[in-house]
Design a protein around this ligand. Structure first.
Ligand SMILES: Cc1ncc(COP(=O)(O)O)c(C=O)c1O
Length: 483
């Protein structure tokens, strides 16, 4: 510490003392109580001499700290540490001195508890239900990304249309007509960063707090979180081999405003919604003036025959809201997804989306539209369909010995995950406890309790070696475990 005619000023280690360093050191000393409230500081002349800097520098620093309320200056008397600082730093009497921030809200707490939405960064068996990036045409993407930036110029650095770039909206409408049997105008397409964001925005626009919503049980947890956040009254509707039990939905929540479904490949069970149920669902929605939210998160990846017709194209009454994502079919950090909705709700949705995070960056959207327009997207899909299909076949083949032990899985040849279910939940749980594998339990996707359980096997990003090793390990563990 340096001696002066006022209090001791803290030393500051620096070969050449700059104003910012000295200002920061003095401010911290005041906040930490090293310079206590009411204490008198040395004169600027004295302090400047002590620190070996100009008096002008000390004048500026003292003035700034005074303006910010850390110091008080009285003409003829000197400069003092402000007495109000004590209220900032000192704990109230009887309180612990440990720093503790206020508690989150009940709502925040329960949303944060839906932690299974957090995906692991490193793919290993079987936590990898995302795109295999080793097969992504990276060079092409880089080239198109650079071209997109060039074409947009500095305009691409400004605000973008919250509905999405017109080129991309047109490219998505064209793709949907060609590959998903969906006829829509580009004006009905709205671009989001993720299917998750589309769910949040739709839920906020369409639901009043307390409105009923059917949610598949088990379900995609991100959807449950979005609808809960909007204050909806969640009506869990069981899923069987034909998908959501429309009859039970009608019985449990006949006046629901929305039914949320994943018809092509139910998440997480993997079943497809049967035609009978599709018709029943659309009829119920029409009778009840309700919406249907169709989350077609991996509808592109069906490995036998044609992709299933989207629910959207079966409905003639404009009540199906279609959500698709490119984060599964391209790569997970792309962050581009879309919804197809009646034109009259595009603007309100875009406004709510703006309130959330503005818009999707234009360069990324432009690159995506070029990728689609030049045919790279459809060739990539064709290629990935073959690759994921082969991985799924390897998995199903490798699991065959477990059928004899009572394990079952959906025969719907689709997607990047497979749910292996077992009637005895304790058995499935004991297998999931194996530290050699990263297995999610069906139970964590359920709303209502059930006796049985299952293991979610997410294989999209696994390479051939780790897929085979994972299967061998899983079969060995399942054969060995005695609950
Ligand atoms: C049913 C379902 N919907 C949506 C998503 C997420 O898509 P996005 O990453 O675009 O939010 C997933 C991801 O696995 C999903 O399983």
């Amino acid at each position: 510490m340096r001696q002066s005619r006022g209090v001791l000023l803290p030393p500051v280690r620096a070969s050449r003392l700059r104003r910012g360093d000295l200002y920061g050191a003095l401010r911290t000393a005041v906040l930490d109580g090293v310079l206590a409230p009411g204490e008198r500081l040395p004169s600027t002349r004295q302090a400047a001499a002590d620190y070996g800097v100009s008096r002008g520098m000390l004048e500026v620093i003292f003035e700034q700290l005074t303006e910010e309320g850390f110091l008080q200056r009285a003409v003829g008397r000197g400069t003092f540490v402000s007495s109000t600082v004590s209220r900032l730093s000192a704990p109230a009497q009887g309180q612990e001195t440990r720093r503790r921030s206020p508690a989150p809200s009940h709502r925040g707490h329960s949303l944060a508890a839906i932690a299974a939405c957090r995906e692991p960064a490193v793919p290993r068996p079987f936590n990898a239900g995302i795109a295999d990036t080793s097969e992504f045409p990276w060079k092409t993407w880089q080239r198109l990304h650079a071209r997109a930036a060039r074409e947009l110029g500095r305009g691409g650095l400004n605000f973008a249309d919250p509905r999405g770039l017109s080129n991309l909206r047109a490219a998505i409408a064209h793709y949907l007509a060609q590959f998903r049997g969906i006829r829509c105008d580009p004006g009905q397409v709205i671009v989001f960063n993720s299917a998750q964001q589309a769910l949040h925005v739709l839920a906020l626009l369409l639901l009043n707090p307390g409105d009923g919503i059917w949610i598949e049980d088990p379900c995609y947890l991100g959807a449950r979180a979005a609808f809960e956040l909007a204050g909806a009254a969640i009506a869990p509707v069981p899923v069987d081999q034909e998908g959501i039990r429309v009859d039970l939905g009608v019985r449990r929540s006949p006046r629901a405003r929305i039914a949320y479904v994943t018809p092509s490949h139910q998440y997480p069970t993997g079943v497809a919604l049967s035609l009978d149920r599709r018709v029943a669902l659309i009829e119920w929605a029409a009778r009840n003036d309700a919406w249907i939210v169709e989350d077609d998160y991996d509808g592109e990846f069906r490995y036998e025959g044609q992709p299933l017709t989207a629910l959207y194209s079966l409905d003639s009454s404009a009540r199906v809201l279609y959500i698709g994502t490119l984060n599964k079919s391209m790569f997970v950090s792309l962050r581009v997804a879309y919804a197809v909705v009646p034109e009259e709700i595009v603007e309100p949705l875009a406004n709510i989306r703006t309130q959330m995070d503005g818009f999707t960056p234009a360069v990324r959207q432009m690159a995506m539209s070029l990728f689609m327009d030049e045919g790279h997207f459809s060739s990539h899909l064709r290629r990935m369909r073959a690759i994921y299909g082969a991985k799924r076949a390897t998995l199903v083949e490798g699991l065959a010995p477990l059928a004899a032990r009572g394990w079952t899985w959906s025969s719907n040849p689709a997607g990047m995950h497979l749910l292996a279910a077992h009637e005895r939940g304790d058995y499935a749980r004991a297998v999931a406890a194996s530290s050699a594998l990263d297995l999610a339990l069906l139970r964590s996707y359920r709303i209502a309790r059930a006796r049985d359980d299952g293991l979610l096997l997410r294989f999209g990003a696994l390479d051939a070696t780790s897929l085979r090793a994972g299967i061998a390990e899983l079969v060995a563990v399942a054969n060995k475990v005695k609950p």
